[in-house]
Ligand binder design. Sequence first.
Ligand code: ADP
Ligand code: MG
Length: 254
Amino acid sequence: VAKPDPILVANGVRRSFGGLKAVDVGHLEVQRGTITALIGPNGAGKSTLFNLLTGFDRVDEGRWSFEGAAINGRRGHQVARSGMVRTFQLTKALTRMSVLDNMLLGAQGQFGERMAGALWRPGWARQERANTERALELLERFRLVDKRDDMAGSLSGGQRKLLEMARSLMTEPSMIMLDEPMAGVNPALVQSLLSHITSLRDEGRTVLFVEHDMDVIMGISDWIVVLAQGRVIAEGRPSDIKSDKQVIDAYLGA
Ligand code: ADP
Ligand code: MG
């Protein structure tokens, strides 16, 4: 990370559940074009922070900007449209749809508003053709194109993770947020997922991901942010984090 060039800047982001301060982040930056890992013990607030930043949960307070524009207060599909997406696990409804239809839903900019299928409007057919083309390209890239007509629910754990990643790319996001992309994945597929994550960065996108496996984290991250009890307790390059006693205590003492 040479000169700071943050794509995402957040200040004073707070969210409580009852008396519990789930997220209490004073300042957070994600540098453009990096793979940044967000780590921390279970319950540290990682998923809540993702939900807040991407407009899928409401903060108590806080401001954040993406590509220089304030986006706090925007809802999920609006955040997605501005270029910042998170992946979503396949819900029950989505498992009953084909792989290709899952991709086409992704084109609508996340699933907040318009699950019921696109309404006809002028230009719809042309848009739908372009979306289908892009979906097939992505399915090719993620080696799922042979599964295009299968129900998403028939995919293996690893293939589902690939579909989640592919789907989030339908809107050509400049930043992609992955919450435990390797969870429940057969070890044979982990390398493939990792190389997909690295390619996202190498093609100029910014990646923020939550992961537990230290070897994975150290292996692919440019920067690591450590969250504990909702707060950022440390951040740095992998080599710095590895030798940070406070981090090791917080992370391993969970
Ligand atoms: P992580 O992803 O780091 O494991 P989470 O963000 O899921 O942590 O959770 C942070 C804390 O907030 C946990 O104590 C969790 O139990 C609590 N929490 C998360 N979501 C809710 C919710 N909707 N209602 C109440 N408590 C919640
Ligand atoms: Mg979580």
